[in-house]
Write a protein that binds this ligand. Structure first.
Ligand SMILES: C[S@@+](CC[C@H](N)C(=O)[O-])C[C@H]1O[C@@H](n2cnc3c(N)ncnc32)[C@H](O)[C@@H]1O
Length: 264
């Protein structure tokens, strides 16, 4: 088993050297209303040319930059330097001047001025697509009265029944002790905030081909840590044969979308 926990700091640092930016490298099908699409729709509805926006854990900034013309300004941060470098290059190439990207880690308040790289009462909308939740502790300080927080979080679901058939290095671990909703509620409470609304999405993600499923399960690993596709192929093909349907193999895909409002 690899010692690097998925989505840890080390994992993102390594992923930023394995692929150019943060994206899912496998091909699969997700039905509409899967959470990701609804999040973008809701963000669009919250934005206008008078709004100052904070984007927490922005990755390589693709979504951030797509929002630039809809608002007055965006301050976007991420702790993975390679992502901010890519984001800054894309910003300059697109000639966008109302977005600022910074390398910043919100897991601690290192300077004693707050976890977020923003001034008090400076933001109208605070968003995060699959970013961390540690920034919630500082969101009230940074948000103007009435500011809206909107975040989309992965919602881990139990692994597929065939998970234990996979070579050990490729297996998924199950959801942690607390649900994502409980973790978000707790992180908000640390910041003196409450969840206003939330929506959960559980939809099937369909893989047409055993290779694409291998790409998902091997994501973020170094090749030397895991069996190659040729080695793992018989297991993936057998899983497809026994658990797949006419369109391929489905696995559960979960998202939590939630909203909070800063009241001062
Ligand atoms: C799942 S990726 C999402 C990236 C981007 N928001 C997107 O939707 O493409 C999560 C991002 O959060 C960043 N991140 C995780 N913990 C962080 C922290 N404590 N401070 C800053 N960034 C963090 C990671 O570096 C990574 O780029």
């Amino acid at each position: 088993m690899t010692g690097v926990r998925p989505h840890s700091k080390e994992w993102y640092l390594r992923l930023s050297t394995l692929q150019q930016g943060y994206f899912y490298p496998w091909k699969s099908h997700l039905p509409p209303f899967n959470g990701e699409d609804v999040y973008i729709q809701m963000v669009h509805e919250l934005l206008s040319r008078e709004k100052d926006v904070l984007d927490a854990g922005c990755g390589h900034g693709e979504l951030t930059l797509s929002l630039a013309e809809r608002c007055r300004s965006i301050l976007a941060y991420d702790r993975t330097p390679g992502y901010i470098e890519l984001a800054e290059q894309a910003r300059a190439a697109q000639g966008i001047n109302n977005v600022r990207f910074v390398v910043w880690d919100s897991s601690e308040d290192v300077h004693g001025r707050g976890r977020l790289p923003a001034e008090e009462d400076s933001m109208d909308v605070l968003i995060s697509r699959r970013g961390p939740i540690n920034w919630l502790e500082d969101a009230r300080r940074v948000g103007r009265p009435g500011a809206v927080l909107l975040q989309l979080n992965p919602m881990p679901l139990p692994p597929p029944v065939w998970n234990n058939e996979l070579p050990e290095a490729l297996r998924w671990s199950g959801p942690g002790e607390f649900s994502m909703r409980q973790s978000v509620t707790y992180a908000l409470s640390l910041g003196g905030l409450e969840m206003d609304s939330c929506w959960t999405f559980e939809v099937p993600e369909t893989f047409a081909d055993p290779y694409e499923l291998y790409v998902l399960f091997s994501w973020g690993h170094l090749p030397e840590e895991i069996p190659s596709y040729e080695e793992a192929r018989p297991v993936f093909e057998s899983i497809f044969e026994r658990y797949g349907g006419p369109n391929g193999l489905k696995i559960d895909y979960g998202r939590l979308l939630w909203k909070a409002v800063v009241e001062k």
